[in-house]
Design a protein around this ligand. Structure first.
Ligand SMILES: Nc1nc2c(ncn2[C@@H]2O[C@H](COP(=O)(O)OP(=O)(O)OP(=O)(O)O)[C@@H](O)[C@H]2O)c(=O)[nH]1
Length: 339
């Protein structure tokens, strides 16, 4: 190297060493040609330990096959390429020392890969530029988590942790529209706690809340993952059962009714027992909007109340009510099945 180019190189290295980014230059065999101060400081590997050696022999925890692919395609395309922290949080696993971005265990990184030409005009080397984006990543992650929490709060009923009325009704509209396209069976269940005013009057509002919460827990356990449960009003709940006929729904409603009937809610040493009344309506082409699906299911629920409560009524497509006992062919076998 002539005196002038040695002086140039010396100046260039000073610039590289003072960059607030990692600079790694490799040849096509991944031998290290440059390893700046940033890389030394965060990796704990000095220039003497790594210069001229294959990168993957010296640096641990590198995503070797991914990085080799990335380098090879950058050489092929002869243009810069990038790796963003959103896709791959880190390439070099450096501990995070930044006091501002406390909480992150490692440094989030963006990486730029730049193919470098030799004096002959051939692409012979590649420069990896590593930037610390931990602050940006932490803020973005925090914002995303906050948004998720806000979304959860806006669709969830605080007492029961089931969907609140607004969101549940949106689901009902969606499922109704889905039925218009797919015509798969779909059934709606509405149910309401019997004589709940008496519970509040006898045991107090806090005990009433405990009863509502217990019933929500029973629904959560009794329903399938695909069933959509929500708190419709004070002591009224709704469950949408996609892909389920009214007959199949009987297994769910009867299991639910029995579990509620058997549940003991203990508040301040006092045991409270309640029952529920249920209405069921399978969607059919005669129901032209979701409001009337809801109304018909509600009317079945009020039929259960009128008939003495603690029972299920099914609204048939012909507009007639049937009770569970008349709807299920072999009620004894049915009862054995649901336990
Ligand atoms: N503890 C508690 N009570 C509530 C809540 N929301 C509504 N309620 C009460 O639920 C009771 C509902 O009473 P009603 O609509 O008369 O019905 P009911 O006494 O359950 O009688 P039936 O439905 O006819 O069996 C009212 O006393 C409301 O104050 C709530 O979030 N917590």
């Amino acid at each position: 190297m002539s005196d002038i180019s040695l002086a140039d190189f010396h100046l260039t290295m000073q610039v590289l060493d003072h960059l607030d980014a990692g600079i790694v230059i490799l040849d096509k065999n991944y031998n290290v040609y440059a390893w700046n101060t940033f890389m030394q400081a965060y990796s704990g590997i000095s220039t003497d330990q790594i210069m001229g050696k294959p990168l993957f022999d010296v640096v641990e925890n590198l995503p070797e096959s991914w990085l080799k692919n990335k380098i090879s395609s950058t050489f092929k395309l002869r243009m810069r390429s990038f790796s963003a922290w959103e896709d791959r949080p880190w390439v070099f696993k450096f501990s995070n020392f930044s006091p501002i971005s406390g909480g992150a265990d490692f440094m989030y990184q963006n990486m730029t890969l730049t193919p470098l030409k030799s004096l002959t005009g051939e692409y012979t080397h590649i420069c990896l530029t590593i930037t610390d984006v931990t602050d940006i990543a932490k803020n973005k992650n925090h914002l995303r988590e906050s948004n998720e929490q806000l979304t959860h709060l806006s669709i969830t009923d605080r007492l029961t942790q089931l969907y609140n009325r607004g969101h549940w009704e949106n689901c009902l509209v969606e499922e109704f529209e889905h039925y218009q396209q797919m015509h798969q069976p779909m059934t709606l269940v509405m149910f309401d706690i019997d004589h709940f005013k008496n519970v509040n009057d006898t045991y107090g509002h806090v005990a009433g809340d405990a009863v509502i919460k217990t019933i929500a827990d029973i629904v959560r356990k009794a329903k399938r993952q695909s069933d959509i449960a929500g708190r419709y009003g004070g002591e009224e709940f709704g469950v949408i059962l996609p892909g389920t006929t009214a007959d199949m729904t009987s297994y769910f409603t009867e299991r639910l009714r029995k579990k509620v009937e058997r549940a003991n809610v203990v508040v301040d040493g006092k045991t409270i027992n309640v029952t529920i009344s249920l209405g069921v309506c399978q969607l059919h082409p005669g129901i032209t909007n979701y409001e009337s699906w809801l109304e018909q299911t509600d009317s079945a629920l009020y039929e259960s109340k009128n008939k003495g409560r603690n029972q299920t009524t099914i609204m048939q497509a012909n507009g007639k009510f049937t009770s569970l006992a008349t709807n299920v062919k072999n009620i004894n076998e049915f009862n054995r099945n649901i336990g």
